[in-house]
Write a new protein. Sequence first.
Lengths: 123, 135
Amino acid sequence: MALGKIKADTLEHSTAGSLDTQFVVQGSAKMWSNVQSDQSTQNDSLNVSSTSDEGTGASRRNLASAFANNPFSHAGLSVVQPNSAGLSKFTSVSSSAVETSVRNTSNSAHDKENSCIAIGDLA
Amino acid sequence: MSTILVNTLTGTSTAGSIVVTGEGNSTTTNLQQGLAKSWCNLNFSTAAIADSFNTASITDSATGRFVANFTSAMNNALYSSSGSSRFNLSASDISSRAVNHQPAAGSVKINSFTTTDGSLTDDQGVDSQFCGDLA
């Protein structure tokens, strides 16, 4: 079957309303990533070409498709057990890479599984 | 202006994969992969869902911990999450509160804790978003 392309400004559901397609493009997450506690093994992701351990609690994710600019909108969260509650920092270091840093409540670098989600304009 | 009247979008080559051209017109992204599959705004103090998507119910499982049950489950427990404090109901310093998640395929534990000692607390509202693969 040949691939098809549809160009449209609006998507309309029979009962649930309509949506301008700019919200589909601009409202979708362009990157998300879940890495294991070693900070380099990726569990699952979207738009991540490689991941590297940048030291205790720190991970760098390089993007397959870059954002149009830096910074872009992002949110981060560490995935940890509540008895070792983790705080996370999520920074876009360029238009094509992000870094996460996880610390414990004593402000010490902390190797924990963590995930992040980024939204913004692709290049 | 053009409008597509449709209840379901399905890829032709792969049903669960539709490519969308990015804002800069030079790259593409995957529609299904980029959509948030669930989000919720919970008031931990009143045990209420203020607003949500793909959240069937919540269970108050402990102080500072709710389980949000998905209507449509995720494919595994390896999805990405983000979240933050919406408001602090009693403490004077909102920066002293944080959120984390413990994901499972059909549900997610949402933990609200103090940044000073990590103790769980019910005194805030919590926003959460989840991206990943649906089952």
